[in-house]
Design a protein around this ligand. Sequence first.
Ligand SMILES: Cc1cc2nc3c(=O)[nH]c(=O)nc-3n(C[C@H](O)[C@H](O)[C@H](O)COP(=O)(O)O)c2cc1C
Ligand code: SF4
Ligand code: SF4
Length: 253
Amino acid sequence: MIGVYFSGTGNTKYCLEKFTALCDANAKITALEDACTPEKISHHQDIIFAYPIYYSNLPKIVRDFIVENSTIWKNKRIFIIVTMGLFSGDGAGVSARLFKKYGAHIWGGLHIKMPDCICDVKALKRAPERNRQLIDEAGKKIISAAENLKSGSPPQNGLGFFYHLAGLFGQRLWFFEKTQNYSDKIHIATDTCIGCGQCVAICPMNNLSLAQSKASAGQRCTLCYRCANQCPQKAITILGKQVISQHSVRDLL
Ligand SMILES: Cc1cc2nc3c(=O)[nH]c(=O)nc-3n(C[C@H](O)[C@H](O)[C@H](O)COP(=O)(O)O)c2cc1C
Ligand code: SF4
Ligand code: SF4
């Protein structure tokens, strides 16, 4: 078994690691953006595939990964984990339909509510205590899902017809363009940026660079919010105008 994840700010990585370890203590784990991931996947029959939901859709980096590696999914058994702030509709279904098209068998799906990572928008902000509670609830859901998978009845969150309608009409239809292309919306406040380079080092898209000790962004942002949550100067914003509170799963544990 291999666990494959994309995680902008750590929620999905946390859930994937917990779930995979409970299902198979010898399972390998790899980040989707690592160059060797497609080769590693090809050696395994069973895959736990995890990502955060964006506007009830796949992050662009996740969709591209699935499509660009279309030949490796044939005959694989795939269990899909989706993390979300509140609602994803058919979060697991959006990748399941693609995987099926490429010949995979869908094992099941698990939707997990986690703290919101959009650090520059007020909506969905919860107190740290509530966020800890959410992580605790997520842990319980993961344990129960892993037990069910091992006993042959894996959960099927996000995979039915009604989930599909909920995802489509609940959000995806109205925000479809947000995840269709990479974004150029990221803003870096050059007056507060101290040129530490942290954002450059962690961007999964290599979309950030340093010039004259200031960070600047290109046009290939997948909206993962990793840089905005980790900038020590709170100099990076994407959807909002000001960083309200930076999210870190590690600090909440
Ligand atoms: C651009 C963007 C769009 C998002 N859209 C949704 C959404 O439609 N529904 C939802 O419940 N959460 C949404 N979220 C919240 C994330 O899915 C959630 O916080 C997730 O657990 C983050 O995972 P990560 O830490 O692994 O990146 C969105 C987050 C981002 C950055
Ligand atoms: S992490 Fe923040 S302060 Fe450091 S280079 Fe990036 S934008 Fe500038
Ligand atoms: S620029 Fe920031 S938000 Fe965009 S992909 Fe890179 S780390 Fe993620």
